[in-house]
Ligand binder design. Structure first.
Ligand SMILES: C[C@H](N[C@H](C(=O)O)[C@@H]1CCCN1C(=O)[C@@H](N)CC(=O)O)C(=O)N1CCC[C@H]1C(=O)O
Ligand SMILES: [Zn+2]
Length: 611
């Protein structure tokens, strides 16, 4: 049965790959049929196993019991056929609208062919034109979120119906099942509580620097930061505005994008560089099929899902990445992220199919990022010729730590709120007429950002993010950004690159390159797949069984001290407040003059208010 399982699994993954790589009606039909066939097989397989196994909960063998436990969750395959067909079509349609969205150029309304990758990504990264950034952000949301709001209504109903058929109250609870902990949400809240002070110090510093660049009329002293000035379509990390916030200019820049371009880097070379790091750790090389079938550059002349992804075709041989790779440092990090998934696939490919997943989904997201923590160090970038010299002085250190914080610390509130919002939507705590303003409540409260133009319930801004349109859970990334530092610390100690008692070997300078001790330890943990509960996998690698925010704070300690001191020196207020109505529940149509004023009567409507 396991072999048949992988045959059905192979078929549906191949059909999904063909559609995601070349969006046509023919490919969509084949994918839809394969999805129904796979669901029917899952149902039949479970029925036959259950008949044989009887009360699987009483089985004495824990390994077998765990397999049945996982098999008993059918997911959306539990839906009646016509509901499942509707559900699958909705998800495919939402992610297709997202992946094929195009907008018009700011200064040339005749060119309406701009796509997210690479066009809008490049504009958001490099433009410092307030109006252009506002245009790109707003028009993207018109072409994505606004167009899928109705799909999302029916999607939520069918998702919750599926969850109930699996014994859950709603889809949010079903999404948390792989974390196997009934205190998981409170554990997450505790992690965020420990990390928020560091985030707020960083927010205050960046706000001052952006205010100095764009002027107080655009970036106020005590208010939230306008989201379109942060270098990213979703303000999910702020690394692309590093050049505006560098603490000590004139030092060697740790953003090696210019060096990569100058040295004629290609996507192929970026992938080979990443593979070389994995191999240096005695981890597994990419198989031949990987290089044959992966798509690492954007193909011209067809619509496809450009959002980078890693694929396991369930046959122990075929593993691929699809990425519209741009030659930037950001994309070099993403290459490592995706290859980390492939490494996990390779390590657990011989386990029973139910165990071929991460110890928990956060583990899967952490693998590539752990290696990237070493790659991003000035020491490593120098070693691979992307940094002309390593300046080993406190100021260069702060510059480096700030560039890392702009990617890792800024991401934390975003990584947390994405599913905070969806859990409330699935549970009904957030009702449909408040969807968008509840989103802005969270964006304001956790991230301290605001939309450049007032939002309404005519918008559906969550739908402007891939994982909402494509229905991919997101708390896995928040978990990953915490535990990847715990993994990094454990590996650095095994590599002899970090010693808590040796100040000359701080955690943020560690590079585990070529350490087979570190690589073997990581590989051993990956090989477990989800055959053991994740605290056991965590303990196997780090010696502890819990997520622990103190490690990421240890990594950034020198920066935290510097930021606190710097903010005090500039008498920056920490945190944010506003009396603006960021989102109103009326259906605000576009004001003819383009500028939106606050709602009539002044009494703020529901949405982000005085806090
Ligand atoms: C760029 C990255 N693409 C995802 C990933 O690699 O996780 C893709 C799309 C959704 C799932 N996925 C997969 O490839 C899965 N098949 C992996 C698996 O098998 O579990 C991504 O979305 N990231 C990276 C950092 C934060 C987040 C973002 O960009 O917001
Ligand atoms: Zn990932």
């Amino acid at each position: 049965m396991d072999v048949r399982g992988s045959q059905e699994c192979t078929e549906v993954s191949m059909a999904s790959w063909n559609y995601a790589s070349d969006i046509t009606e023919k490919h969509r039909k084949v994918k839809a049929a394969a999805q129904l066939k796979y669901a029917a097989w899952q149902k039949e397989a479970w029925e036959s196993v259950r008949k044989w196994s009887g009360k699987w909960e009483t089985l004495s063998d824990p390994f077998l019991r765990r397999q049945f436990k996982f098999m008993s969750i059918l997911g959306t395959a539990a839906l009646p056929k016509q509901d499942l067909e509707k559900y699958n079509n909705l998800v495919t349609e939402m992610s297709t609208l997202y992946s094929t969205a195009k907008i018009c150029e700011y200064k040339n309304p005749k060119n309406c062919k701009l796509e997210l990758e690479p066009d809008l990504t490049r504009i958001l990264r490099s433009s410092r034109d307030y109006g252009e950034l506002e245009h790109v952000r707003k028009m993207w949301r018109h072409q994505t979120g606004r167009r899928i709001r109705d799909h999302y209504k029916l999607f939520v109903k069918l998702a919750n119906k599926a969850a109930k058929l699996n014994g859950f109250d709603n889809m949010g609870d079903m999404w948390l099942y792989p974390y196997e902990s009934d205190v998981f949400r409170s554990d997450l809240a505790e992690l965020w509580k420990q990390l928020m002070p560091l985030y707020q110090q960083l927010h205050a510093y960046v706000r001052r620097k952006l205010r100095e660049n764009y002027g107080e009329e655009h970036v106020s002293r005590r208010g939230p930061i306008p989201a379109h000035l942060l270098g990213n379509m979703w303000a999910q990390n702020w690394g692309e505005v590093y050049d505006l916030v560098i603490p000590y200019p004139g030092k060697v820049s740790v953003d090696v994008t210019p060096q990569m371009v100058a040295q004629g880097y290609t996507p192929e070379r970026m992938f080979e560089l990443s593979e070389a790091f994995f191999v240096s750790l005695n981890l597994t090389r990419m198989p031949e099929e990987f290089w044959q079938h992966s798509i690492i550059e954007k193909p011209q002349g067809r619509d496809l899902v450009c959002h980078a992804s890693a694929w396991d075709f369930c046959n122990g041989k075929d593993f691929r990445i699809k990425q519209c790779t741009d030659v930037t440092m950001n994309d070099l990090i993403t290459v490592h992220h995706e290859m980390g998934h492939i490494e996990y696939f390779l390590k657990y490919k011989d386990l029973p199919e139910v165990f071929r997943s991460g110890a928990n989904p956060g583990f899967h997201e952490a693998v590539g990022d752990v290696l990237a923590l070493s790659v991003a160090t000035p020491k490593h970038l120098h070693e691979i010729g992307l940094l002309e010299e390593v300046q080993d002085d406190p100021e260069a250190d702060i510059n480096f730590l700030l560039s890392m914080a702009l990617d890792k610390i800024t991401f934390l509130p975003f990584g947390y709120l994405m599913d905070l919002w969806r859990w409330d939507v699935f549970s009904g705590k957030t009702s449909e007429q408040d969807w968008n303003c509840a989103w802005w409540d969270l964006r304001y409260k956790l991230q301290g950002i605001k939309p450049p133009v007032q939002r309404s319930e005519y918008d559906f801004d969550p739908g402007a993010k891939y994982h909402i349109a494509g229905n991919v859970p997101y708390i896995r990334y928040f978990v990953s950004f915490v535990i990847q530092f715990q993994f990094h610390k454990a590996l650095c100690m095994k590599a002899g690159e970090y010693d808590p008692l040796d100040p000359s070997k701080p955690l943020h300078k560690c590079d585990i390159y070529k350490s087979t001790e570190a690589g073997n330890a990581l590989g051993d943990m990956l090989q477990m797949g989800s055959s053991k509960e994740w605290p056991e996998a965590m303990a196997a690698l780090t010696g502890t069984r819990r997520m622990d925010a103190s490690v990421i704070r240890e990594y950034f300690k020198p920066l935290e001290l510097w930021l606190t001191d710097n903010n005090e020196q500039h008498r920056e207020s920490i945190g944010w407040e506003t009396d603006e109505v960021l989102c109103t529940s009326e259906e605000v149509r576009e004001k003819p003059e383009g500028k939106s004023t606050s709602t009539a009567g002044g009494a703020p409507a529901s949405g982000t208010l005085l806090l």
